[in-house]
Design a protein around this ligand. Sequence first.
Ligand code: PBG
Length: 331
Amino acid sequence: MSEYGDGFPGIRPRRLRTNATMRRMVAETRLDPADFILPAFVREGIDEPVAIETMPGVVQHTRDTLRKAAVEAAEAGVSGIMLFGVPEEAKKDAVGTAGTDPDGILQQALRDVRAEVGDELLVMSDLCLDEFTDHGHCGVLDARGRVDNDATLERYAEMAQVQADAGAHVVGPSGMMDGQVGVIRDALDQTGHEDVAILAYTAKYASAFYGPFREAVGSSLTGDRKTYQQDPANLRESLRELALDLQEGADMVMVKPAGPYLDVLAKVAESVDVPVVAYQISGEYAMIEAAAQRGWIDREAAIRESLVGIRRAGARNVLTYWAVEVARALR
Ligand code: PBG
């Protein structure tokens, strides 16, 4: 008996947590294979996949192993695969020519994967120049060495067309240039690709958590991307970017990174009626894998929890390097 009287507490939320079946029934957030999109890297000129040291379990694929990975993703029930191309070092130049060459590695990979999976898996392409430029920036530079927004837009328009020609169902502009969604929509519409969707990287922050990705794509960047990617301090700025992307014709919008930006994700999700996607990025992956390798964290439980958190905050879909593993475990 307590000082609050007999029968206290009368309301017991713990009743709904008594066993696993009860907890499953009342779960407000569920994970499903269709939630996930697998980001994947394909590298030119290699015969065997190359391990990415900072992302244990993730590789740079050959064209062949990428095809197999796409089939596995489709079989696991994953919704899409987002492709990143890694060209031979000698093919990088100031304007990222390899990014618009119909025979560039990304376009080859898009054709390969699309031929393999048809419509069973959505084929998505990163639409950005950083993998293809010798300076590693997401756009072209002006005479003073600054990223030239409007000159970059012309390159993005060309990229959109060649990626769609190569079979992309969805293009993902990730360069954070002003006006990129509008220019890409026009380029797609003018070249008979009205059905190709735009997944806009709407709120993309200048994040330290991209570190492992830069190894994954053999980035040539020195310096940072702070004149185009957003300041982690800002939330309202994301809503401004969101309004612009929707106005310019984005079909889906993305918040990236995911874990450290759940407040942004939640705000974006409550503000729009288009699907909201989150990108659980390389650094988020690396932190859990590294801690798990040392036995400091329960790997599978931490992966699940991280993904449930992202979905709970409002993401309809999640790009994650664990997409196939988690989708299989859910089946
Ligand atoms: C740019 C791009 C980046 C990522 C996806 N697209 C890197 C960057 O902006 O520096 C990062 C993804 C990750 O860290 O997993 N093309």
